[in-house]
Design a protein around this ligand. Structure first.
Ligand SMILES: Cc1ncc(COP(=O)(O)O)c(C=O)c1O
Length: 367
C-alpha cells in the first residue's frame, strides 16, 4: 500500500527531544519559545503563539475577538469539522457560504451576499495547501468592519501575492500527525497585533501571566516542549519538504493530464501551493463514480482519501443546531461528491508516483 500520509522523524528531531528530556523543562518552556520565534520569523508575522492543537487555536483566536451571542462567523461548509466546532465552542453562530471550483475555497461573492448586521468574522479555510482568494476578503472586511481569521491548518508556508498564510490578521495552524509540519498534536496562532497576541498568551495559560493573578477566565491550551522539539527541525527544513511535495504534485499533474472525467488540481496565479493534499475531482464523464473509484484505488494499493465526503451542515449534529445557519451551497455540494486525495507526501519514491499514475489512468480509462 502506498500510504496517503507518512510521518517520519530523523536524527535532528531525536536530538532535540533528548535535549528536552535532559533539560527537565517539558511544559511550555524554552523549546516552545524557540518554535514560536522561528515560526514567526520564517512566515513573516510578528507573533506566533503555540497551543495544544489546531482546534483550540481556532477557539482562542475567536475568543479574543470578543464575539457576543448572535454574532456570526462566515465560513465554508467544505472543511474539517474542527472549523465549525470551534465557532460553536466560542459561542458564535456559524454561517456557510459557497466555495469556488478552482481552489475548493470560500467564494468571496457568496460571502458578500451573506454579510449582515450580525456578521463579525470572515473565516476562510485554506484547503489542501492553497490559500483562498484573499484580496476580496480584505476588501469586504474593511468595507464592513469585520475581522479575518484564517484557518491555516493545512497551509503552512503557502502564500497569496507574497503574504504567508496566517498573515492577514489572525491565522491558526495545526501540527496534527498528518499535517505538513507535525508534532503529533499541536497548534499555533499567528498575528501582527500586539494586543491580541498578549491576550492569546494569557488565554492559553489559565488567564494568567503571573501566578495566581487571573486576568480573564482562561484555558489550559499549552503545548509541551517535547512536541515543540519535533517541529523545529521540520521548520528548519521546510523548504525542502515542500519542494518534494511540489515535485510530486508536478509529476502527478503531468501524468494524469487529459484523462476522461478527471480534473487535476493546479496552483493558481499569485499563489504558492504547499500541496498538503493532491486532490482530483471525478466528474460524471468518468468511467467510475467517486466512491467506486476510491474503493478500486484502495484495492490496488493506492492510499486514497476523501476530504470531505459531506458538507458540515449536512450532519445531524449541526443541521438542527440553533447556532448553525444552513444555506444553499450548490458548488460545495457537488464538489463533496467528486473529490479524491492521492498521496503527494515527501516520502513517495519515483516508483510510487509512477504506480499512482498508472493505477489512476487505468481506472479512469477502464483498461
Ligand atoms: C481545516 C482544519 N481546521 C482545523 C483543524 C484542527 O486541527 P487539530 O486536529 O490540530 O485540532 C484541522 C486538522 O485537523 C483542519 O484540517
Amino acid at each position: 500500500m502506498i500510504p496517503i500520509t507518512s510521518v517520519r522523524f530523523g536524527k535532528a528531531e531525536e536530538d532535540l527531544v533528548l535535549e528536552v528530556l535532559r533539560s527537565g523543562s517539558v511544559a511550555q518552556g524554552p523549546m516552545v519559545k524557540r518554535l514560536e520565534d522561528s515560526f514567526a520569523e520564517k512566515f513573516g508575522v510578528k507573533h506566533a503563539i503555540a497551543v495544544n492543537n489546531g482546534t483550540t487555536a481556532l477557539v482562542a483566536a475567536l475568543e479574543v475577538l470578543d464575539l457576543q451571542p448572535g454574532d456570526e462567523v462566515i465560513t465554508t461548509p467544505f472543511t474539517f469539522v474542527a472549523t465549525v466546532n470551534a465557532i460553536l465552542e466560542a459561542g458564535a453562530t456559524a454561517v456557510f457560504a459557497d466555495i469556488r471550483e478552482e481552489d475548493f475555497n470560500l467564494d468571496p461573492d457568496s460571502v458578500a451576499a451573506l454579510i449582515g448586521p450580525k456578521t463579525k468574522v470572515l473565516l476562510p479555510v485554506h484547503l489542501y495547501g492553497q490559500m483562498a482568494d484573499m484580496d476580496p476578503f480584505v476588501a469586504l472586511a474593511s468595507k464592513h468592519g469585520l475581522r479575518i481569521l484564517e484557518d491555516s491548518a493545512q497551509s503552512h508556508g503557502a502564500t497569496y501575492r507574497g503574504t504567508y498564510s496566517g498573515g492577514f490578521g489572525l491565522g491558526t495552524f495545526s501540527f496534527y500527525a498528518t499535517k505538513n509540519i507535525t508534532t503529533g498534536e499541536g497548534g499555533l496562532i499567528t498575528t501582527d497585533d500586539d494586543v491580541l497576541a498578549d491576550r492569546l498568551r494569557i488565554l492559553r495559560n489559565q488567564g494568567t501571566r503571573e501566578r495566581y493573578v487571573y486576568e480573564v477566565a482562561g484555558h489550559n491550551y499549552r503545548l509541551t516542549d517535547l512536541q515543540a522539539a519535533l517541529a523545529i527541525p521540520q521548520l528548519d527544513h521546510y523548504e525542502s519538504l515542500v519542494e518534494k511535495r511540489r515535485e510530486n504534485a508536478a509529476k502527478l499533474i503531468d501524468g494524469l493530464a487529459g484523462l476522461p472525467g478527471l480534473v487535476v488540481p493546479h496552483q493558481l496565479p499569485g499563489r504558492t501551493h504547499v500541496w498538503h493534499q493532491f486532490t482530483i475531482r471525478v466528474t460524471e464523464e468518468a468511467a467510475l463514480g467517486r466512491d467506486d473509484f476510491v474503493s478500486a484505488l484502495l484495492d490496488r494499493g493506492i492510499g486514497a482519501g476523501v476530504y470531505y465526503p459531506r458538507l458540515l451542515f449536512d450532519y445531524e449534529a449541526y443541521r438542527d443546531h440553533s447556532r448553525v445557519k444552513v444555506t444553499e451551497t450548490p458548488v460545495a455540494a457537488r464538489i463533496a461528491t467528486q473529490v479524491i486525495s492521492l498521496p503527494v507526501h515527501p516520502a513517495l519514491s519515483h516508483d510510487d508516483i509512477s504506480e499512482i499514475i498508472s493505477v489512476v489512468s487505468s481506472l479512469a480509462t477502464g483498461h
